[in-house]
Design a binder for this molecule. Structure first.
Ligand SMILES: [Zn+2]
Length: 291
């Protein structure tokens, strides 16, 4: 029989929008108990995902930490399942800005961020796109000298506010695909992005590279969320006007024609579907898994 939960010697608070796994890991480390022993003590079912926490588990967590369930739920989105709300958060949790969470003990924090947050605007660090991976320490690129990356985060946040979180998140995901599938774009990194502010950029997986191309991705997102250009894209009478504008923005080439299967073309197909069924945008967003 599992003993009744008792207040831990060091009941540390959860961080903002932290994952339950991250909070339990930090609680365990701070109190020098094994995470599995803590889960067992809280009566978690080891056969179920941790975010399927039961009222009994939540009550136990409240007792061992000393924080009321309502306060825990405010900090930990998994407790009331709002981490699955696509308009609030990206699907995959991310390593939190280490300076925002420096007062939190017990190791690095993993948390949920909104779709449009790719940097910490307070500490000028690149948060990026890669979800948290176990046992892999994250390096946070300093963007304090990259004014264009900082400005891109502001533009991205404004877009989400003006055009809507779902439309902006959908467009940004396509912007990343468009970049990856347009080989001419990767050749422009050194020439147009002034990577000297960030130091030498490496492969496309390098966070410095991703930070360097972020302003261009937000520019593509601006095109894809523009009501004017969405109307043009859907109006077949306007022929290639949308592709001409996309070519101008992407490659300074008004005669650009994306090849078959290019994400610019699949985005157009998606747009027609979403126009007919706006609700499908939310379910499409919920399925997005960022690489
Ligand atoms: Zn921060």
């Amino acid at each position: 029989m599992t003993p009744r939960p008792r207040l831990l010697p060091i009941p540390i608070p959860p961080a903002l929008h932290e994952t339950l796994e991250s909070y339990l890991r930090r609680l365990s480390a701070t109190n020098r108990v094994h995470p599995e022993d803590l889960k067992h003590h809280l009566d978690f079912d080891p056969t179920l995902p941790i975010d399927t926490i039961s009222p009994n588990n939540l009550n136990g967590l409240s007792i061992v930490t000393g924080y009321p369930p309502t306060e825990l739920a405010r900090a930990l989105p998994e407790l009331d399942h709002r981490h699955t709300t696509a308009t609030l958060f990206r699907r995959q949790p991310m390593p939190a800005c280490p300076r925002c969470t420096s007062r939190h003990r017990g190791g690095p924090v993993t948390r949920y961020y909104p779709h449009h947050v790719r940097t910490c605007p307070k500490h000028l660090l690149w948060i990026g796109h890669q979800p948290a991976r176990h046992h892999q320490p994250r390096t946070f690129v300093d963007i304090s000298a990259a004014a264009n990356v900082i400005a891109a985060q502001t533009r991205h946040r404004r877009l989400a506010r003006r055009r809507g979180t779902s439309i902006t998140a959908h467009a940004f995901t396509y912007a990343r695909r468009i970049w990856t599938r347009t080989p001419q774009l990767s050749d422009t990194v050194g020439a147009t992005l002034d990577p000297s502010h960030l130091g030498k950029t490496g492969s496309p997986e390098d966070p410095k590279y991703q930070a360097a191309i972020y302003p261009r991705l937000v520019t593509i997102t601006t095109l894809l969320t523009s009501p004017y250009w969405r109307d043009v894209a859907l109006d077949h009478r306007l022929g290639g006007a949308f592709f001409a504008e996309a070519g101008r923005i992407l490659l300074s080439d008004r005669h650009y024609q994306p090849p078959p299967g290019h994400p610019l073309r699949t985005w157009l197909d998606d747009l027609a579907t979403l126009q007919a069924e706006p609700a499908s945008l939310i379910s499409a967003l919920a399925r997005f898994t960022e690489p």
